[in-house]
Design a protein around this ligand. Structure first.
Ligand code: SAH
Ligand code: SF4
Ligand code: F3S
Length: 483
């Protein structure tokens, strides 16, 4: 049994593997034939936390489990394996996961064969591995982000073992593109284009949990998208922590080339991407976004702070002035573009004046939406060594002031759309009201309207009648007179 405690190397150096090395790195991994279907009749439950990359990893793990014969369930009492695919970006979320896992323990008495596993970004932290061994030794299975393709073998080991099977790799050894994926949706698909992050923003744990940037080849991404187009998927979201660095480690195609290539794939109506970093947002890329018809007019452009002092201390690699100029360049080239952002409040050393700069920037840019976060100290990151922590009550009050400012702007944008007709890709029924359909505009705004379910999967014109901060309401444009 492989039960070693891997070192999480927090001082990994940035390396740029050569193209030859990258090709050796990319491997197809297939399941041992005797495992295919071996678990027929058993059920799995996968809980997912964190970003879209994790959601997509869940689809890959679901694909592997389903190939082994497992069927999905939402009922924890019925499950034979429960996996927590976790996020390490903020401490709060980590504590919640441990709370949830603790709650699962009694289920083992109901079903002695039940396997409980922890995977995703948290196990990449050594402190988490130690906590499992010390406090949660009854967890059966622990693995990380670099070896999720090993899931079938690890399940086998865990079933035979008396103690926790812990296998965490400190860096990627293979880049596995061709694993089965059980995609949740038949309309919209995530496609990984790049793994890892080289940016080392001082607050962020992702470079340590996901390793160095590795780009897939343009050919393999385009092939995956082509197959998705054939299967009826209409919207593709290209995923990476830093998509505009795509290809820097390969030097045969960059993100602009990739967008243009994906943009031409038959059947794909909308192309999105996340996340792009302001740091390397070239004119070449802006032109590709503007000129590729299927690429949607929505860019998520995390700013994090409006203060140059804080941006420097965060190692973001740009200034406020550069960022504002970038917003101008994007808006000049892509008319009607929606911009969204991420902001952290309460970074060490953030004074009232620094925070005022952030508020001012948010008011000036007028984002369509923002994800706002309270700074969370992550062990092993450079920011954890900084002095001048901001007191919790100050952090909370800054967060709520920022949210008030942003919510008012989001609402104004939505109210400004009332009376217009927008193209909506219909995703399904509204979660709260099955009589309504839910879809999105190209700018990623959520639209609810009453119409026949047969429209799911189609792009239809919707006339907007009213607006809230997060949602627009309307009627099929053809029915405008009746609404
Ligand atoms: N690669 C993406 C971000 C991934 S993490 C990018 O750079 O844009 C998503 C968001 O979580 C970040 O943009 C940041 O706003 C937030 N975040 C990351 N680390 C954090 C921390 N230690 N505390 C609070 N928020 C954090
Ligand atoms: Fe984290 Fe910065 Fe990388 Fe985004 S770019 S994942 S914030 S280190
Ligand atoms: Fe969280 Fe890992 Fe994504 S730390 S934000 S799940 S890459």
């Amino acid at each position: 049994m492989d039960n070693r405690l891997a070192d999480v190397d927090l001082s990994l150096q940035v390396h740029r593997p050569s193209i030859a090395r990258q090709d050796a790195f990319t491997q197809a991994v297939s399941m041992r034939p005797e495992l295919v279907g071996a678990y027929a009749g058993k059920r799995y439950l996968l809980r997912t936390y964190g970003c879209q990359m994790n959601e997509h990893d869940t689809e890959i793990m679901s694909g592997l489990l389903e190939q082994m014969g497992y069927a999905t369930t939402q009922d924890e009492r019925e499950a034979d394996i429960i996996l927590f695919n976790t996020c390490a970006v903020r401490e709060n979320a980590e504590n919640k996961v441990f709370g949830e896992i603790g709650r699962m323990r009694p289920l083992k008495q109901l079903n002695p064969e039940l396997l409980i596993g922890l995977c995703g970004c948290m196990p990449q932290e050594k402190a988490v591995q130690q906590k499992v061994q010390k406090t949660y030794p009854w967890i059966d299975l622990v693995f990380g982000t670099h070896n999720l393709h090993r899931l079938p073998e690890l399940v086998e080991q865990a079933r035979a073992a008396q103690e926790t099977v812990l296998e965490v790799w400190d860096q990627a050894r293979v880049m596995v593109d061709e694993l089965p994926k059980a995609r949740k949706d038949g309309l919209r698909a995530w496609v990984n284009i790049q793994y890892g992050c080289n940016k080392f923003c001082t607050y962020c744990i992702v470079p340590y949990t996901r390793g160095r940037e590795r780009s897939r080849t343009l050919a393999s991404v385009v092939e995956e998208v082509r197959l998705l187009g054939q299967q009826g998927f209409r919207e593709i979201t290209l995923l990476g922590q830093n998509v505009n660095d795509y290809g820097l480690d390969r030097e045969d195609a960059d993100f602009a080339d990739l967008l243009r290539a994906v943009g031409e794939v038959d059947g794909v109506e909308r192309v999105r991407f996340t996340t792009s970093n302001p740091w390397n947002f070239t004119d070449r890329l802006i032109a590709a976004i503007a000129e590729t018809e299927t690429v949607c007019e929505h860019i998520h452009l995390p700013v994090q702070s409006g203060s140059n002092t804080i941006l420097r201390s965060m190692n973001r690699g740009y200034t406020r002035e550069y960022y504002l100029k970038l917003v101008e360049r994007i808006r000049a080239a892509v008319p009607g573009v929606a911009l969204t952002t991420d902001v952290i409040v309460g970074f060490p050393g953030e004074t009232d004046a620094h925070f005022a700069d952030t508020l001012e920037l948010v008011r000036y840019v007028r984002y369509d939406g923002a994800y706002t976060f309270i700074y969370s100290e992550r062990e092993g990151t450079p920011a954890a060594r900084l002095a001048d922590a901001v007191p919790p009550d100050v952090k909370k009050s800054r967060l709520s002031r920022l949210m008030d400012v942003q919510n008012a702007i989001s609402r104004e944008y939505n109210e400004g759309l009332v009376g217009t007709t927008v193209d909506v890709l219909v995703e399904g029924e509204s979660r709260t009201n099955p009589d309504r359909l839910m879809g999105r505009t190209r700018t990623n705004k959520i639209v609810l309207f009453e119409a026949d379910r047969a429209l799911v999967g189609q792009t239809v014109p919707v006339h907007l009648n009213s607006a809230q901060t997060w949602t627009l309401y309307g009627a099929l444009a053809a029915q405008r007179g009746e609404s």
